[in-house]
Design a protein around this ligand. Structure first.
Ligand code: NAG
Ligand code: NAG
Ligand code: NAG
Ligand code: NAG
Ligand code: NAG
Length: 595
């Protein structure tokens, strides 16, 4: 019966294009009229075709494929641990991984290739050698300068990584020999596993809770560590102290990708076949027969589909085909399979799937860059793929997975793109692009008429054609000092003011006469922050002069509170007669001279 159903799905699918080829790229002409049968029963195994509930017009699907090629900017800022770092340190990060049962451990790699770790020292998983927890990043000397291409972690946690040269390093929890060095003592510093694998190189690594896997460039899979359910694929349930080639039905296959659930393992062969072994209590192996599998077993239910990516959650598995179709199987206690009952609807092709062995969360990104999540999301069980506003699946894990760990080694794209605001900021006082100069106290400031007109009503009026200023290339300013006029123009380009309080009074004057209300407020803030006994009276006088009532009130209170000290300053004695009288009268009214 299942064969008939599958056949039915595939006949329908093959209207779009012929199957069985593994080189096909996601189809441009993605068809909007596929009839999807969303679940197929394979005797005791259940495969679900996850239907992303979204309608996109086929024409759009064509255009968006090109957008996809542009990588979306990924940031580490969404993971709380990074708030411990300075903005400069965050900016230097090129790759990062947050892990641990409470997402309290971090490894990151900087622009210059230095490797750091910080967080809780659970099982010595920081690899720093001293076994200490730390809030300040510590360098992992042994790894600095090595280009890291793949990194994974277990629940112990233990950390496993592969370098560009194919070296494999491991450290942290080793209670089940998951470091692969033949012993079960904890690894304080990175241990070079390569020597235990006859110097085989690795292109990808994956960790389950306490077992480890690596994939070689030749497509061989090696596994070691905890083996209580056969997750090492050795045919027994004895823990595996050193890396061992996963053979049997995988022996003659070239593997393309590997993934680990908590206690299960998956591999995708280059012909699109999927193999699973280890624990099968929730059907996560997707095989028809009963029992945990001690050796790799091909997923017959996926016959005829060409899988290209595979990821495992705690006890569920997601597989993505070369046509952008998403299959899910295994545990569904939080809805992590995303099984909707929608039939007969257009579906967008999926291009990336995401899951992590320590969570029940699933995520996928579609061809047009939309990111969906389902499963356990911050305590809620979301049973249908839910469209988010994220641009990458990593953000789903940062914000909705528990623990909020990374599902993969995060790569931060170096971005030299400037925003409009940054570009504008850079062009302030640029003689290269400017079309106007101001001359203040004999010094020149280069600006752009268009910018001034856009940013300030005063200039918009000034540059209307009937003003003579419009023809000029240099405008002389005599009414304001250089620091004041300079920071005014700079404010128009940057939105911010950087002036000492004494000069801010001059700028307040300017802002008042140009009717720049926001600038007025900024100046008042600067003055309030900079008030002191020595300048309190001159600031008060200025506030009165520039009609800044709020500021006047503030300065007045300050003067009353510090009456003895401020009356001993020069500014007090230089105060204008009327202003002084007014001050004394107001101060006496509020009881300043009572004793
Ligand atoms: C670091 O973790 C290890 C293993 O959990 C423990 O033995 C050690 O005492 C810890 N060190 C500190 C300073 O907490
Ligand atoms: C394996 O790691 C342990 C703990 O770091 C260490 O004591 C032992 O010497 C290592 N074994 C080998 C063969 O390197
Ligand atoms: C293995 O998974 C299948 C479903 O795919 C399930 O019927 C079977 O009971 C599982 N085996 C065990 C030991 O739970
Ligand atoms: C899906 O639809 C089938 C048939 O209409 C129904 O038996 C099943 O209960 C539905 N499942 C869910 C989760 O709604
Ligand atoms: C503005 O540019 C001129 C010439 O390019 C330069 O001499 C001057 O120092 C600059 N002023 C500021 C504040 O950067």
């Amino acid at each position: 019966m299942w064969r008939a159903l599958l056949l039915c799905v595939f006949v329908l699918l093959s209207k779009v294009s012929k199957l069985n080829s593994h080189q096909r790229k996601p189809q441009k002409h993605y068809c909007a009229s596929i009839i999807v049968i969303s679940f197929v029963s394979v005797s005791s195994a259940h495969f679900f075709r996850v239907v992303i509930p979204l309608v996109i017009p086929p024409s759009l699907a064509i255009t968006v494929w090109s957008i996809l090629k542009k990588d979306f900017m990924v940031e580490v800022g969404k993971w709380p641990m990074f708030t411990l770092l300075s903005p400069e340190e965050v900016k230097s990060i090129r790759q990062a991984c947050v892990f641990g049962s409470l997402a309290n451990e971090v490894v990151y790699i900087t622009e210059s290739g230095e490797v750091f770790a910080f967080g809780v020292n659970c099982s010595n998983c920081l690899g720093t050698g001293d076994g200490q927890s730390t809030v300040a990043p510590k360098k992992i000397e042994a790894l600095c300068g090595k280009k890291i291409v793949s990194l994974s972690y277990g629940s112990g946690p233990h950390v496993l990584l592969a370098t560009k040269d194919g070296e494999i390093y491991a450290w942290g929890h080793n209670g089940y020999s998951q470091l692969g060095n033949g012993t079960a003592g904890q690894g304080l510093i990175p241990f070079l596993v390569s020597s235990m694998v006859y110097d085989k190189k690795a292109v990808e690594v994956a960790c389950g809770s306490h077992h480890s896997m690596m994939l070689t460039p030749e497509g061989e899979v090696y596994a070691w560590g905890y083996n209580n359910c056969g997750q090492v694929g050795s045919g027994s349930t004895a823990n595996q102290p050193t890396p061992r080639r996963v053979a049997n039905s995988l022996q003659s296959k070239k593997a393309l990708a590997i993934a680990c659930g908590q206690t299960s393992s998956m591999a995708v062969a280059d012909n699109g076949e999927v193999y699973g072994w280890g624990y099968n209590g929730s059907g996560q192996l997707g095989i028809g027969n009963n029992g945990n599998q001690l050796t790799p077993c091909r997923l017959a239910g996926l016959q005829g589909v060409c899988v290209q990516q595979i990821v495992c959650g705690y006890a569920h598995t997601l597989a993505l085909t070369d046509e952008g179709l998403l299959y899910a199987w295994g545990a569904n206690n939080y809805g992590q399979l995303g099984t909707g009952n929608k039939t007969n609807q257009p579906v967008p092709a999926v291009v990336e799937i995401a899951a992590c062995h320590s969570s029940y969360t699933s995520a996928a990104k579609t061809q047009n860059g939309q990111v969906y999540m389902w499963g356990q999301c911050r305590g809620q069980s979301i049973t249908l793929p839910h469209l988010t506003h994220f641009t990458c699946t990593d953000d789903v894990f940062a914000c909705f997975a528990s623990p909020a760990v990374m599902w993969r080694l995060l790569t931060v794209e170096q971005d030299d793109h400037l925003t409009v605001a940054q570009s504008l900021q850079r062009e302030f006082n640029s003689s290269e692009t400017s079309d106007l100069k101001f001359c203040v106290e004999g010094k020149y400031i280069h600006v752009h008429k268009a910018v001034l007109k856009i940013r300030c009503e005063h200039f918009r009026t000034m540059f209307q054609s009937y003003w003579s200023e419009d023809e000029k290339e240099v405008i002389e300013i005599n009414q304001f000092t250089y620091p004041v006029y300079h920071s005014f123009l700079e404010y128009l380009y940057t939105d911010s003011v950087n002036l000492p309080p004494e000069d801010a009074i001059g700028l307040l004057d300017l802002a008042t006469s140009y009717c720049e209300n926001r600038l007025k407020k900024l100046c008042q803030q600067i003055i309030k922050r900079g008030i002191a006994e020595e300048n309190a009276f001159s600031l008060l006088s200025a506030a009165v002069r520039y009609d800044a009532m709020d500021l006047e009130e503030f300065c007045f209170k300050f003067c009353v509170n510090h009456l003895t000290a401020v009356t001993n300053t020069d500014a007090f004695w230089q105060m204008d007669g009327n202003l002084l009288k007014e001050f004394i009268s107001k101060a006496s009214k509020c009881g300043a001279f009572r004793n």
